[in-house]
Design a protein around this ligand. Structure first.
Ligand code: FES
Ligand code: FES
Length: 163
């Protein structure tokens, strides 16, 4: 029985400011490249079907569900994952601190995706309304919190930015 040759490609990307290169199967999802090749396991896989948003990262500044993108499609891009947040000394940045202060997480499974969607929003709109916050995280599902504290945290982070 013959087997199909594996179609592999070399990709080079920036992940959290560091160059990463890997030979990946053409069908490999970006989320698996991030978790298994880059060993950045803060990006979660909740569904693998584009529904939950736990895998959200920024690709060239745009919020992307990384289970909906092939790794080879990210060639040449700059990717930011949840590990890019905060200082190198472990200090939390305003958004993370607000999630902590407002009890915006329980199990934490959705949190990396929520944080990256919120970061994407606040970079484009530093002073969002509650409706704009809710719209920004509409692709991120949380089974624990009921969203109220998450929305409050994002609004608090926006206020704290002084914008
Ligand atoms: S794991 Fe990507 S949207 Fe759920
Ligand atoms: S805190 Fe548990 S899924 Fe959001």
């Amino acid at each position: 029985m013959s087997t199909e040759p594996v179609n592999e490609k070399l990709i080079a990307v920036q992940v959290n400011g560091e160059s990463q290169e890997a030979v990946v199967e053409s069908r490999r999802l970006l989320v698996h490249f991030i978790r298994d090749d880059c060993l950045l396991t803060g990006t979660h896989v909740g569904c693998d079907t584009g529904n939950c948003g736990a895998c959200t990262v920024l690709v060239d500044g745009k919020a992307v569900k990384s289970c909906m993108m092939l790794a080879i499609q990210a060639e040449g891009t700059a990717i930011e994952t949840v590990e890019s947040l905060g200082g190198s000394d472990g200090e939390l940045e305003a958004l993370q601190q607000a999630f902590s202060d407002k009890h915006a997480l329980q199990c934490g499974y959705c949190t990396p995706g929520m944080l990256m969607s919120a970061k994407h929003l606040l970079e484009r709109n530093p002073n969002p309304t509650e409706a704009e916050v809710r719209k920004a995280i509409q692709g991120n599902i949380c089974r624990c919190t009921g969203y109220v504290n998450i929305v409050d945290a994002i609004l608090e982070a926006a206020e704290g930015s002084g914008s």
